[in-house]
Write a protein that binds this ligand. Structure first.
Ligand SMILES: *Cc1c(COP(=O)(O)O)cnc(C)c1O
Length: 382
C-alpha cells in the first residue's frame, strides 16, 4: 500500500483498483448472472449476500466504486438512466422539492408530470438565490435540486451558497453535475448532499451507454436507504453491459474532458468574435454572467458544453445546422464526437429556449476541424 494519495486521473485510469480477482486479469470481468446460487444449508454464498441481479451486480458495483472515488463520496448507486437517477432522488425526498428553473428538459418534464399527479415541486431562479430562500421559508422543501452548468442555457449555480441556504432551512441539496463531470467539479466538497449524473454523457463519454448515478456524502441520511430500496423495488438497476462500458469509458475521463474543455473554450472565443453569432453562453468567457462563480467552483476547465445564438432566428439557426459536415445533428452531449442541437425544435416554447440558440457539445476532434465546420456553416448566413 502506498501512502501517497493518488490523483483522480490515476484512480480513473486504474478503475479504482477493480481487477479480475479470479484470474488476476488487470480488467474486471463483466458479470451477467441474474441469479446467485445458495448452498446446501440454503445460505447465500459469499460476502455480498445477494441473490438476484435487480438487487446487486458486481460489474455495476465496479462502476459505482469508480464514481464514488471520483466524486469523493461515500457511496454511489447506479441507475438504468440519468433521468431514472434524477426522478428517483426527487421522489425519495420526504417532502416538497425546490427545483431550479431552467433545468434539463427531461427533469422539468418529469417534475411537471409529478406535479399533475399531486407532488409539490416549486421552482426558484438559480441566478437569484434569494428566491430559493423564499421558497425554503414558504414551502419547507425537503430537497433542493440544482443543475450546474445547466443544459442548455449554461446557467452556473453557486453550489456552496445553495447548500448553505438549503441546510439552514433543514433541506438537502442534490446537484445534477452531468455537464461538468467530476473531472472538473465536485459538488460534495462544496456542501452538496447528493450528486447526480447522467453517466450517458461525459462520464461514459462515447455515446454508447445509457446510465445514471447518484453519489452520497453521508450514507446514514434516510434518503439514501429510500433510494437504494427504490432502485430494487422499481427495477431501475443499471445493466452490467452498460456498467462495463461505463467503467471502460471513465478510465480516460480526465484526458477526454481536458481536451474537450480546451477546445470548447477556444471555440467559444471564435464564436464570440464571429459576425454571424449574436451571443455565446460558456462559463469560461469573461462575459458569462456567472463566470466568477464558475471560476471558483470548477477547476481545470469550464466544460465541453456551450450554447450560442445565431444572428437572426430559428430559420438562421437551422440553416447553420444544415450547413455542418462534421458536427452531427443529434441530441445528447459529452461524447467524443461533437454534436449540435436546435433545442427550440425539441422543447415547447414555454421553457424559454431562444429560437436562435444552438447547443454544441464539443468532442475530441482536432479543434481546427470543429472551428472550420462551424465557420463554413456560419458563412451561409453572415
Ligand atoms: C441527459 C441528461 C439527463 C438525463 O440522462 P439520461 O441518461 O438521458 O436519462 C439528466 N440531466 C442532465 C443535465 C442531462 O444532460
Amino acid at each position: 500500500m502506498s501512502r501517497h494519495k493518488w490523483h483522480p486521473q490515476t484512480i480513473a485510469a486504474h478503475a479504482a483498483g477493480r481487477t479480475d480477482r479470479t484470474f488476476g486479469g488487470v480488467v474486471a470481468p463483466i458479470s451477467v448472472a441474474t441469479t446467485f446460487e445458495r448452498g446446501a444449508d440454503y445460505q447465500l454464498a459469499d460476502e455480498t449476500q445477494k441473490s438476484y441481479r435487480r438487487d446487486f451486480n458486481p460489474t455495476v458495483a465496479d462502476a459505482e466504486a469508480v464514481v464514488s472515488a471520483l466524486e469523493g463520496g461515500a457511496q454511489t448507486i447506479a441507475f438504468a438512466s440519468g433521468l431514472s437517477a434524477v426522478t428517483s432522488v426527487m421522489r425519495a425526498a420526504s417532502g416538497p422539492v425546490a427545483l431550479q428553473r431552467g433545468t434539463y428538459y427531461g427533469t422539468s418534464s418529469a417534475a411537471a408530470f409529478y406535479v399533475e399527479r399531486g407532488a409539490k415541486i416549486v421552482e426558484f431562479d438559480p441566478t437569484h438565490l434569494t428566491t430559493l430562500d423564499a421558497v425554503l421559508a414558504r414551502d419547507k422543501p425537503a430537497l433542493v435540486h440544482i443543475e450546474t452548468p445547466s443544459n442548455p442555457l449554461i446557467t452556473v449555480v453557486d453550489i456552496k451558497s445553495a447548500a448553505d441556504r438549503a441546510h439552514a432551512a433543514g433541506a438537502l441539496l442534490a446537484v445534477d453535475g452531468t455537464t461538468a463531470t467530476p473531472a472538473i467539479q465536485q459538488p460534495l466538497s462544496l456542501g452538496a448532499d447528493l450528486v447526480i449524473h447522467s453517466a450517458t454523457k461525459g462520464l461514459a463519454g462515447h455515446s454508447d451507454v445509457l446510465a445514471g448515478t447518484v453519489t452520497v456524502a453521508d450514507p446514514d441520511l434516510p434518503i439514501w436507504s429510500t433510494l437504494k430500496s427504490m432502485r430494487v423495488l422499481e427495477g431501475a438497476m443499471l445493466s452490467p453491459w452498460d456498467a462495463f462500458l461505463l467503467v471502460r469509458g471513465m478510465r480516460t475521463l480526465h484526458l477526454r474532458i481536458r481536451e474537450m474543455n480546451r477546445s470548447a473554450l477556444h471555440i467559444a472565443h471564435v464564436l464570440a468574435g464571429h459576425p454571424g453569432v449574436a451571443r455565446v453562453r460558456y462559463p469560461g468567457l469573461q462575459d458569462h454572467p456567472q463566470h466568477a462563480i464558475a471560476a471558483a467552483q470548477m477547476s481545470g476547465g469550464f466544460g465541453s458544453l456551450l450554447s450560442f445564438e445565431v444572428a437572426g432566428g430559428a430559420h438562421e439557426a437551422l440553416a447553420v445546422c444544415a450547413g455542418l459536415n462534421l458536427i452531427k445533428r443529434a441530441t445528447s452531449l459529452g461524447g467524443v464526437e461533437s454534436l449540435i442541437e436546435h433545442r427550440h425544435s425539441i422543447e415547447p416554447a414555454s421553457t424559454g429556449v431562444p429560437p436562435a440558440l444552438l447547443r454544441l457539445s464539443v468532442g475530441i476532434e482536432a479543434v481546427e476541424d470543429i472551428v472550420a465546420d462551424l465557420t463554413d456553416a456560419l458563412s451561409a448566413i453572415a
